[in-house]
Design a protein around this ligand. Structure first.
Ligand SMILES: Cc1cc2nc3c(=O)[nH]c(=O)nc-3n(C[C@H](O)[C@H](O)[C@H](O)COP(=O)(O)OP(=O)(O)OC[C@H]3O[C@@H](n4cnc5c(N)ncnc54)[C@H](O)[C@@H]3O)c2cc1C
Length: 288
């Protein structure tokens, strides 16, 4: 293990990489390129809080900051390879890249990922999905690092309890790779499907804004955006922290605003919806 491979940044400003462009500092931010780096760093850090971060598209650090180590995988974990009829995808691979890679290799099913701005690790953690598809539909197994036993382990999807926006969330683990189904398809159809999804996004959701995707999960038999729209007045669509007029479950915030104020805003929305409909909205956004 070479020390040069490790790069530690102290007091890292999370708003620099957060899709919301908000968030407090991370006391130690470490880029990890391979398994040896990971083992060494998690060993040193065994008494500390450790969090893995992907593309920061669904994550907000409170203003007081995260006192611990945030691990950002790259290097070996940013690769895709084929093993017979299986695709092995590193956690750090971006959804959009994975989707395009599948298109180039005439593999169908991953078109929906074209429009999600996360990483495969973040997807597996969240069980990300859209357009009626979820990551669990194509996942065969999760390869993860168990920080307690210090071993790399593999768990098959049938032994995991993935539900709506809740995937592999075992404590003290870091997701390293996902093994995925390789289903051959027609390249033209795959491309067409990707374009349709992209067009749908552009038509229904705000683009190039500071947001985290959907703020809340859809409650059973309801659309969160509708409940929000019908519970709030126009003032929630104005000001530095504001909802999108195009999609009420999305932010369109100014950059560099207080994360705690964003959290307070979320609580107010929850309370308004609960007052009107007696439904408690559950956040999709992960707050640390
Ligand atoms: C514009 C926009 C549109 C979006 N649309 C959708 C959508 O249609 N569907 C959808 O499901 N989501 C959507 N999202 C939310 C987000 O992209 C997904 O939740 C995505 O899966 C998060 O991936 P990430 O890499 O950004 O994870 P992060 O935001 O970095 O992290 C999210 C959680 O995953 C954990 N995590 C990340 N990597 C690892 C790892 N390697 N090991 C262990 N834990 C890890 C983090 O600790 C954190 O708890 C959208 C977000 C934006 C900004």
């Amino acid at each position: 293990m070479s020390q040069e491979n490790i790069s530690i940044i102290k007091n890292y400003d999370s708003s620099k990489i957060s899709w919301l462009k908000s968030g407090g500092p991370i006391s130690q931010f470490i880029k990890i390129k391979n398994l040896d780096d990971l083992k060494k760093n998690t060993q040193i850090a065994s008494n500390q809080n450790i969090i893995s971060i992907g593309n920061f598209s669904n994550l907000l650090i409170k203003d007081k900051g995260f006192n611990g180590i945030a691990i950002k995988l790259g290097g070996d974990f940013a690769k895709i390879k084929f093993e017979n009829d299986i695709i092995v995808v590193g956690s750090a691979v971006l959804d959009n890249y994975f989707s395009k890679y599948c298109y180039q290799n005439s593999i169908q099913g991953y078109e929906f990922l074209f429009t999600i701005p996360g990483t495969v690790g973040g997807n597996i953690y969240m069980n990300a999905g859209c357009y009626g598809k979820e990551i669990k539909d194509y996942l065969i197994s999760v390869i993860f690092y168990d920080m307690k036993s210090k071993e790399v382990k593999e768990e098959k999807i049938e032994n995991l309890d993935f539900t709506y926006r809740r995937g592999f969330q075992k404590k003290n683990t870091i997701i390293l790779y996902g093994k995925f189904k390789k289903i051959s398809g027609n390249k033209t159809k795959i491309k067409k499907q990707m374009e349709l999804y992209e067009q749908n996004r552009n038509d229904t959701q705000p683009q190039r804004v500071n947001c985290c995707g959907s703020i809340f999960k859809n409650p059973p038999n309801h659309n969160a955006w509708k409940l929000i729209k019908l519970s709030l007045d126009e003032s929630f669509y104005e000001g530095p922290i504001r909802l999108s007029k195009k999609h009420s479950n999305f932010f369109e915030n100014d950059p560099n605003i207080s994360a705690d104020k964003v959290i307070k805003f979320i609580e107010t929305i929850k309370s308004k919806v609960n007052q009107k409909y007696q439904i408690i909205l559950d956040q999709e956004l992960i707050i640390v």
